[in-house]
Ligand binder design. Structure first.
Ligand code: WT7
Length: 664
């Protein structure tokens, strides 16, 4: 790794200093700066969550903050009615902010588009009218398979306006992944685009979308296709049930659609995420609880004010983009930046150039990006004026103290608090992090649970562990942003998240404990350090992948008999995919076979899941009961000393695999 720090003395101080205080200047202007908030929320729980709901406009008030009569099917703000698109658009237009910029979009090539709240509201209304015309009714799931173009948030808000839950599928996912998700959600509508740009080249997206549509096992009523590439396009002809986005907007020019009053507990969207089985999980989020929580955490943690220019450099195809590019920031009426491209194209200064150009106040990204910036060196951020920044954030995976300090110093100039925010697709919003205007920061530790969030670190029996000891993270009280269930699969919802630590026969909410499947430790100040997943989920560049999903893609390749996949440590990506493959009798174990395996994974999931290394082996290390010992494979991937192999049925294989790994 390049050590790009010229100022040795300062560096030494940073390494020694384990705690950082937010500057007085920051605290004085912070949305939340009174430490009493922790006590207040605890004493007045669950009533404290009214503060979150109060950030929204409700068409009719809720009767109850929390209905916990049927755990773990908690309901929040019951009886309340509201519309998410109204909250993100109309109310700002009505309150004198129609000319404020809602979305600043920058294309990879430097083309830009600016939407004021008025502009955005107009397009959302027109597209909502178009969706209705195509037959979309309230509660129909609309799948959005789109890259980072403004039409994606427009389509999301249009769905929200007519009460049709959206299911956004990350554009980097494969055709097969799209089909699986549309099938699982019974989704009969798709919005997609012809293509987009990646590192200078146009990429054919519609081809993939069409292949996905061919794999949908029920009727597809309509698809809408955005023309992103214009003359660079691939000359696709639209199919019979496919419609051009611009054509539809022209047809519905000036149309208005009344926002549908949604029940607080009505579904706002579905988001598929990886779990321990091969089948992705459809996480259900609701209108009242989710939106309140996204708005509240944007206010309290990201410190967003409507005058800010705020940039979350994630992709809307993941939950981070849903909560903190679209719903949270727009609910608060701020300016949210959207960037189409990657951080290193056309050069490694690209993000800093944008921070300077738009005078970004708040910047939120992932540790994997920070580690890449660090590797590239300080000369890139140094070329740009980053003094507009007031707050920095990270999310998605543990951040090592060195990367944290680099970010704090070289991007934030030691002036900006850094919030290390732990949360998940399932939690809807941030759960564990310092409040930047209240608490000190400890690099590497996310911080205490947010006010009103009851998180603990426990042992396998559910007892709290001592400070400094490793244990399992649990969440012991519900929160408004929580997932309500897995789509049409209440049983799996209970199995995946609650069975571990709850008395599942009990009706008493105190007997129900949410298990996020992360390891953690807590210190004497109550700061929680996340140690990573304890299930078969790996985290590549902040993207969550199920080892089972990858394994089933590999065994789908001709000539493969069995496969095991683990996450190995990676400098920039955090973790990378390591595959151990047993081939069928007579199958050559050569590069051609390796390429087919890599291709098989790309086809089934997408390039993000591409194995870093494929090792052929005659057997996998298995316990006497036949379970693959992944821990040993992880140790091999990491070049670590091997742990205990005595419980194995075939201990000799471990050395053989290790020899092969060393030889590569
Ligand atoms: C998993 C959730 C939250 C949006 C992006 C990822 C890991 C997330 C942190 C953090 C350490 C983190 C956990 C979690 N994770 N944030 N600040 N420190 N680990 O959402 O794809 O649902 O993944 O990401 O392991 O369980 P996701």
């Amino acid at each position: 790794m390049v050590d790009s720090d010229g100022d040795g003395e300062l560096e030494a101080r940073l390494v020694e200093q384990e705690e950082f205080e937010p500057s007085r200047e920051f605290v004085e202007q912070a949305n939340v700066s009174d430490p009493k908030i922790y006590d207040e929320f605890e004493k007045n729980w669950p009533g404290c969550w009214e503060q979150a709901a109060a950030l929204l406009d409700w068409d009719s008030p809720y009767d109850e903050v929390l209905d916990d009569s049927n755990p773990p099917f908690y309901e929040w703000f019951t009886g309340g009615k509201l519309n998410a698109s109204y909250n993100c658009l109309d109310r700002h237009v009505e309150n004198g902010d129609k000319n404020r910029v809602a979305i600043k979009w920058e294309g990879e090539h430097g083309d830009t588009r600016t939407y004021t709240y008025q502009d955005l509201s107009r397009e959302v209304n027109e597209f909502a009218a178009a969706l209705r015309d195509l037959g979309v009714e309230e509660d129909d799931v609309v799948t959005l398979y789109m890259p980072m173009i403004p039409e994606l948030p427009i389509a999301m808000l249009a769905c929200a306006r007519i009460g049709a839950p959206h299911s956004v599928v990350f554009a980097g996912f494969s055709a097969e992944a799209l089909a699986t998700r549309m099938n699982s959600a019974d989704s009969r509508f798709l919005v997609t685009c012809d293509g987009y740009y990646r590192r200078g080249d146009p990429l054919d997206h519609l081809d993939k979308a069409n292949e996905g549509l061919d794999g949908v096992d029920h009727g597809v009523d309509a698809a809408v296709v955005v023309d992103r590439l214009g003359d660079d396009g691939f000359g696709h002809d639209l199919r019979g049930n496919q419609h051009d986005w611009d054509g539809l907007l022209d047809e519905h020019s000036g149309d208005r659609v009344d926002p549908v009053q949604r029940d607080a507990e009505d579904m706002l969207f579905l988001m598929y995420t990886s779990g321990t089985t091969g089948q992705p999980k459809g996480v259900k989020h609701t209108t009242g609880g989710y939106l309140s929580y996204a708005a509240w955490t944007s206010h309290a943690v990201l410190d967003i004010e409507k005058e800010d220019t705020y940039w979350c450099a994630a992709d809307i195809g993941w939950i981070t983009g849903h909560s903190y590019i679209v719903y949270g920031p727009l609910a608060l009426g701020t300016t949210t930046v959207m960037y189409e491209g990657t951080p290193d194209y056309p050069n490694r200064s690209r993000l800093w150039e944008l921070v300077e150009k738009y005078a970004v106040d708040i910047f939120y990204t992932a540790p994997t990006a920070i580690r890449a910036f660090m590797k590239w060196g300080t000369q890139f951020p140094e070329r740009h004026d980053l003094s507009s920044l007031r707050l920095l954030g990270t999310v998605g995976e543990p951040i090592n103290p060195r990367a944290w300090k680099w970010y704090y110093k070289h991007i934030g100039d030691e002036e900006c608090p850094v919030v290390d925010t732990w949360w998940q697709t399932e939690t809807g919003g941030m759960m564990i992090t310092t409040l930047p205007g209240v608490g000190n920061m400890k690099p590497g530790s996310a911080g205490p649970p947010l006010p009103g969030v009851d998180a603990k670190v426990v042992d396998t029996g559910g007892e709290e562990v001592e400070a400094g000891r490793a244990g399992y993270l649990t969440v012991n009280k519900p929160w408004p942003g929580m997932l309500r269930t897995l789509y049409k699969n209440d049983e799996r919802f209970i199995d995946e998240y609650w069975r571990e630590y709850s008395d599942t026969d009990s009706d008493d909410p105190d007997d129900w404990v949410y298990f996020p499947e992360d390891g953690a430790k807590i210190d004497d100040d109550g700061y929680i350090t996340i140690l990573g997943r304890v299930d078969d989920v790996i985290n590549v560049s902040g993207h969550r992948l199920g080892t089972m999903e990858i394994e089933s893609a590999i065994v789908g390749v001709e000539g493969v008999a069995e496969a095991a996949v683990v996450g190995g440590k990676h400098d920039v990506k955090g973790e990378a995919v390591y595959a151990y493959v047993i081939t069928e009798e007579g199958q050559a174990e050569d590069d051609e076979m390796r390429d087919r395996i890599v291709q098989g994974v790309e086809d089934a999931i997408g390039p993000i899941a591409r194995p870093e290394q494929v090792l052929f082996t005659p057997e996998l290390p298995k316990t006497r009961s036949g379970k693959i010992m992944r821990r040993l494979l992880e140790e091999i991937a990491n070049g670590e000393e091997l742990g205990d192999t005595t419980t194995l049925r075939n201990p000799e294989i471990v050395e053989e695999i290790q020899r092969k790994a060393d030889a590569r």
